[in-house]
Write a protein that binds this ligand. Sequence first.
Ligand code: 4NP
Length: 154
Amino acid sequence: MTHSILFVCLGNICRSPMAEGAMRAAAEARGIDIHIDSAGTGSWHIGDPPDSRAQAAARANGVEISGQQARQISASDFDHFHHILAMDGSVLGDLALIQRPQSPAALSLFLDHLPGREGQDVADPYYGGDDGFQTVWDDVAAGAEALLDLITAR
Ligand code: 4NP
């Protein structure tokens, strides 16, 4: 079975596109076939590419994410993805309200899958400086490896 994973943040222009890019690169490096996508709970940036600072941080780490386009989560995503991973606790709470009771997706906090970082948020870098984007990259790259460890251990 091909796993499918949807990463979700607020705007879908910073954290979740970086998670999508990091996960795609890490899966490709391991030769693992996974369906990967990202979305936001908000509608402000629908159709936009990732924030230029997010693109720069990804590129500095060898991954190109400029081709991504922001989209908003919909309730039907919970019928189509196996795993929906929230980048912070606030997004997790919002997603729990969007998921219909009969929808099978497993909803969780992204960093709950990274040993030692359980319960933590990937900090929103939108209103901060460039160093916040490298911190996000470090978090999503480590989380991606941890997720692949889980997937391959099954
Ligand atoms: P993201 O960052 O949720 O990591 O994509 C944000 C992007 C945009 C906004 C907030 C956070 N915004 O308010 O427009």
